[in-house]
Design a protein. Structure first.
Length: 200
């Protein structure tokens, strides 16, 4: 069901958004979220286009949105986060509702002539201090760091990384959708593995 980007990613060189020299654990949240397992593994990947029943309980999820439309990097707080390619900061804010993204940066890029936006969610508050909309970013440049649970919307520390072929107009994208929105979401928000590589 996933969609790819409208260009050949092999023609571009992208940087990893999180760096780890060991082996990533691939989480399966289709049977529910286990915070103890996430804490035990520390370094893990959460999958794109995965149905995650019972994981999203904050009111803004309306008790129906449970299909994940990004890729998660579950890491210790404070780990640096990097731009996947050259671009500019488009939007940034602290989405500070419980269960939301917390500090969030959206960057804009032109890749093989295609405009594409990237969301980096669940960052540290300090990540927002030295950036403004329009600030240029370079491939592999540090953008910020993974936020603590107390500042990232209340989640176990991780980066939510998501791509968009449409300008979101603000530092936000629907990171989870309901079944009726799935096909459209997969079209607008393509599989991040197109720029991140074959993570799983």
């Amino acid at each position: 069901m996933s969609r790819s980007l409208p260009f050949n990613p092999d023609s571009c060189q992208f940087a990893p958004v999180v760096r780890y020299s060991g082996e990533w654990h691939i989480f399966d949240f289709t049977e529910g979220f286990e915070a103890d397992l996430v804490r035990e593994k520390q370094w893990g990947i959460g999958r794109y286009n995965e149905k995650r029943p019972g994981m999203y309980t904050a009111p803004h999820f309306e008790n129906r949105r449970d299909i994940h439309i990004g890729i998660d990097f579950w890491t210790p707080p404070g780990e640096p986060v990097f731009a996947f390619c050259d671009g500019r900061v488009a939007y940034l804010t602290d989405n500070d509702r419980p269960g939301d993204y917390g500090p969030t940066i959206v960057t804009r890029h032109w890749v093989a002539g295609t405009p594409i936006f990237a969301l980096y969610g669940h960052l540290s508050k300090q990540s927002l201090d030295n950036l403004t909309p329009g600030t240029p970013v370079e491939r592999a440049q540090k953008l910020g760091a993974i936020g603590r649970k107390s500042e990232n919307g209340g989640w176990e520390p991780h980066l939510h990384f998501q791509l968009s072929l449409h300008d979101p107009g603000r530092a936000d994208m629907p990171g989870v959708v309901d079944e009726g929105e799935r096909e459209e979401a997969l079209r607008v928000y393509p599989d991040p593995r197109a720029v991140l590589g074959n993570l799983y």
